[in-house]
Design a protein around this ligand. Structure first.
Ligand code: BMA
Length: 316
């Protein structure tokens, strides 16, 4: 295919950022990287909240229209529990929520920050008030995990991103399978980071939970680009086979969204857009993302436009 620059696919909401630490009912340093789902017609965000120790927990915010009038839980909804789960010593971060129809429950995958580095953890909830932890699913260093909502050949599937300590090893997205969500195996690489000058060279990770479409599982991932002056987090898309998510059908070339506005370019960590959730509302996709590790922002796209873009993207 001949390279054609199509620019950004998502449109920012004019009222961004939609949530800030100042909006919080209790002291917080920053609120960012939210998971997002629709629950009984409301948009529910599980927001990562960083306290003044530098540790994170999750708090739920709900809104009728998904843009404003957020009702924020008065206390941390899902705090770290280091006494019972020592791997949560330094907090829990970056949740991704998948509705598991078979169990009428939501699976929350998150990064637990342990003494040995970040690892993937999993908890189930039916009401976003109480959470049953399955606990650590894969050892450090591993992050950016999310489940698929259905089984494949009887097994649950999870995407995640292990990191090697070898200096020039790339950090790629992997897929693993489990009979019970507790024991994970059949690990294999799903999507490789590119090399050289690419925006997504060397390090990529899943962003929101996979979305089921008529054309396959749509996944969004972040790519991390280091230059002499900064590191930028930008976003790309890939489509996976609906029956066998180990098969990547196609992958976008250029990034489809990246830091541009001041609230994305300046904050605790500059030049970061980091979504952990998106919701489908009729034909529209609302993408909820952390901006500059400081705020929560939202941007929208038509699902049909995203799929049309994938039609023009190279086969993998
Ligand atoms: C990644 C994650 C995210 C964070 C991003 C930018 O490694 O830890 O939580 O938003 O870095 O700082």
């Amino acid at each position: 295919m001949e390279w054609e620059d199509r620019g950004e696919l998502f449109k920012r909401y004019d009222g961004n950022p939609i949530l800030k630490a100042e909006d919080w009912p209790y002291p917080a340093n920053s609120v960012f990287n939210p998971a997002a789902v629709l629950v009984n017609g409301e948009t529910l965000l599980m927001v990562r909240v960083e306290d003044h120790r530098g540790f994170s927990h999750m708090t739920v915010a709900r809104s009728r229209n998904g843009y404003d009038d957020w009702k924020i839980d008065k206390h941390p909804t899902f705090p770290a529990d280091p006494e019972n789960y020592p791997e949560e010593e330094y907090g829990i971060e970056d949740p991704r929520i998948t509705y598991i129809e078979e169990q009428n429950a939501w699976a929350v995958a998150y990064a637990a920050y342990s003494e040995s580095g970040p690892l993937t953890g999993l908890a189930m909830t039916k009401d976003f008030r109480t959470f049953d932890r399955i606990g650590a699913t894969l050892p450090p260093e591993n992050k950016d995990a999310a489940l698929f909502p259905v089984r494949f050949n009887g097994k649950w599937a999870m995407l995640h991103r292990p990191v090697s300590s070898i200096s020039n090893a790339k950090s790629n997205i992997w897929i693993s399978f489990s009979p019970d969500m507790r024991y994970w195996g059949d690990h294999q690489v799903l999507l490789y980071a590119r090399e050289g000058g690419w925006w997504d060279a060397n390090k990529i990770g899943l962003s929101p939970q996979p979305i089921r479409t008529d054309e396959g599982w749509l996944i969004m991932y972040h790519g991390v680009r280091a230059t002499t002056s900064k590191i930028s987090y930008r976003l790309g898309l890939a489509l996976l086979d609906i029956e066998d998510p180990r098969k990547v059908i196609c992958r976008s070339e250029g990034w489809i969204f990246g830091p541009r506005e001041l609230y994305e370019r300046t904050g605790d960590v500059n030049d970061v857009v980091f979504p952990c959730g998106w919701v489908r509302d009729n034909g529209e996709v609302r993408l909820y993302y952390g901006s500059a590790d400081t705020y929560v922002s939202v941007a929208t796209a038509q699902l049909s436009d995203l799929l049309n873009y994938m039609h023009t993207s190279p086969k993998y």
